[in-house]
Every structure is written in C-alpha cells, then in structure tokens.
Design a protein around this ligand. Structure first.
Ligand SMILES: Nc1ncnc2c1ncn2[C@@H]1O[C@H](COP(=O)(O)OP(=O)(O)OP(=O)(O)O)[C@@H](O)[C@H]1O
Ligand SMILES: [Mg+2]
Length: 314
C-alpha cells in the first residue's frame, strides 16, 4: 500500500517544493521506489520542477490536472472525464518510476464549492448542516482522489501550499506522515510551531469519528541557509528546535544552501537528476536514505499500535 507523505510548513519559501521533488526523484532513481508527486499548490512549483511549461500547457488544455479531479468530486453530477490515473504523467524527467499529478493555477472555485455543499446540505432534508457538509468534504476530498492509486506507488508525496488552506487540511487527513522543511531562522521556526498547533487541533476535531487522523510527524528537515554548518547563530536556532522535539523527529541530514539546487529549475528537473554530483544533490540522497529508515521504524510503531487497538477490541 502506498504511504502518503505531506511536505508542509505554514511559512512560505522554506524549501518545501524543492525537498518534495528531490526526495521523490531520489527515491525513484537511487532506491528503485515507485513515487508519485502531487502538486496541491496553485503556484505549480512542483509541476514546473518536473515538466516544461509547454508540457504543462498541454496537460492543462486537455484538462489533465488536479483541478479536473477536484471538480469531479465537487460536482459528482457532472460527466466524469477522467479517473485519477488518467491525469498522471508517468516517467517525468525520463525517470523510471517517477510520476506527477500536475497542479493548476486554479485548483477550485470557492463559490462553486460553497454552493455545491450548500445544495448537499439542503438535499439531506435538514439532517446535514452546512458545517457538517463542509467537514465531510474536507475529510474526503484528497482521500477520494488518491484512493485508486493505493497499489500503484510505494510513496505519494504531496506538495502543500504555504499556510493552511482547504487542500492542506484535506491532505493532512489523507496522509500517513508529514515532513516539515524549515530554514534555521526564527520566522521559519514559528511556522513549525503554528503548524503543530493546527494539526493537533485538526486531529482533536476528528477524534472518535470513523476518520480519525493517522498523520504523524516524520521529521523536521533543516534546509538552505547561508553558512548553515558554520554559523553559530543558525546552530543556536536549530538547537532550540531540537530541544522542543524528540531526537527521532528531526532529520540528521541537513540540506545546504547550494545555487545548483535553485538553478536546476531551469532544466525542469530536480538537481538530483540534472546535477547529481553537487553538494545539494548528495544531501538529498542522504536524506532519502534517512527517510526510508525513519519510515521503517515509525511504520513498525504504527502497526504495533493498530495491532494493540485491534487486540483491545476482542
Ligand atoms: N538547498 C537550496 N539551496 C539553494 N536554493 C534553494 C534550496 N532549496 C530551495 N532553494 C530555492 O529557494 C526558493 C524557495 O524554495 P521552494 O520553492 O522549494 O520553497 P517553498 O517552501 O516550496 O515555497 P512556497 O512556500 O512558495 O511554496 C526557490 O527559489 C528554490 O529554488
Ligand atoms: Mg512550494
């Protein structure tokens, strides 16, 4: 079964997308895993890190983007054009086992979503109120889109927009784990704390419901910064985070600031594919190894927990 991992931080520009696409490419190239990247951000940075603008325009014209899948969930009465797998581009960057579900500049229209949910609430004969219709939608949107892919991939990595929008919340409900990239700077660290609070509030809201949230922190990754490894200031900031989290919740691998990482976007390929001998690319490969180790460890803990709760049901 595919494991679903969200890359997220409330703060923008901390390296979420770069981490998402490079991690995915490493898992496919260096570790032989089947990986899908899903672009849930209207900035379409993940999409344009893995395909050229011309290819994206073609997908958009054919309605083969996440927008189409979302609108099929929002308006189930409308004719269904595609299954999820029809919209996926396989073999992106000519890399075997690397696939992309392209994003779009508009992923959904607030008005259409609100209106569809309002009608749903009315159609239920007053049994479902608007708030309940909204939270059902939030709970099921990303899950519904990804459900048919369960066996097709080892990992599905979600590139979330900064902030905390509907798609991010829906991604959290659908995910097994989340990775939190952060620059070792105060505002980026504040983004970690804000997100942790939001996730725990979201989790509480679903407690005791059939869709209790599974999502857990896989780890914080310190990304790009000036003299990341030498600056006393950056080290102090990182130490503050390390004090607030368990050792296993912070990745040992850090991603250095490397202009080749940023330049790779010009080639529509992550640096691990376009320039694998650079310091940034090597760090991502190391990170991918640590990612797999962590998943093995935490996946085992999760299985034990669910085994225990099943045993309690006897
Ligand atoms: N390790 C790195 N070294 C140098 N530049 C980097 C590195 N990681 C990311 N960048 C650059 O930093 C900028 C922000 O990175 P990225 O888009 O991944 O952040 P983000 O958190 O996804 O942003 P947003 O919140 O807007 O989605 C980009 O221009 C990217 O190329
Ligand atoms: Mg991004």
């Amino acid at each position: 079964m595919a494991q679903i991992i969200a890359t997220t931080n409330m703060k923008g520009g901390v390296g979420k997308t770069t981490l998402c696409v490079n991690l995915a490419a490493c898992l496919a190239r260096n570790f032989g895993k089947r990986v899908l990247v899903v672009d849930l951000d209207t900035q379409i940075s993940a999409t344009l890190s893995l395909m050229s603008p011309q290819d994206f325009v073609r997908c958009r014209k054919d309605k083969r983007t996440l927008r189409q899948l979302i609108s099929q969930v929002v308006e189930p009465g409308e004719p269904k054009l595609y299954d999820t797998s029809d919209v996926i581009c396989s073999y992106v960057c000519q890399q075997k086992d690397l696939a992309l579900l392209p994003g779009n500049l508009d992923l959904y229209d607030d008005y259409i979503v609100s209106s569809a949910l309002h009608h749903q609430a009315l159609a239920s004969g007053g049994e479902v109120d608007f708030e309940e219709a909204w939270s059902n939608f939030e709970r099921n949107l990303v899950k519904t889109i990804l459900a048919p892919l369960d066996k097709a991939y080892d990992y599905i990595i979600l590139d979330c927009a900064p902030g905390y929008n509907l798609l991010t919340r829906s991604s959290f409900v659908a995910s097994d784990f989340y990775i939190l990239p952060a620059k070792p700077e105060p505002l980026s660290i504040a983004g970690i704390q804000l997100l942790q609070r939001r996730i725990s509030r979201l989790r509480k809201g679903y407690e005791g419901t059939p869709s209790a949230m599974e999502i857990e922190l896989l780890g914080i990754v310190f990304t790009m910064s000036g003299n990341l490894f030498t600056s006393r200031y950056y080290n102090q900031v990182m130490q503050r985070v390390q004090q607030d989290f368990a050792e296993h919740q912070v990745f040992k691998t850090q991603i250095p600031n490397d202009t080749q990482v940023a330049r790779a976007v010009d080639t529509f390929m992550p640096v691990v594919l376009s320039n694998p001998n650079t310091s940034g690319a090597k760090a991502f490969v190391k990170l991918a190894g640590e990612f797999l180790q962590k998943l093995e460890f935490l996946g085992g803990v999760k299985e034990q927990k669910s085994g225990m709760s099943l045993a309690n049901m006897d």
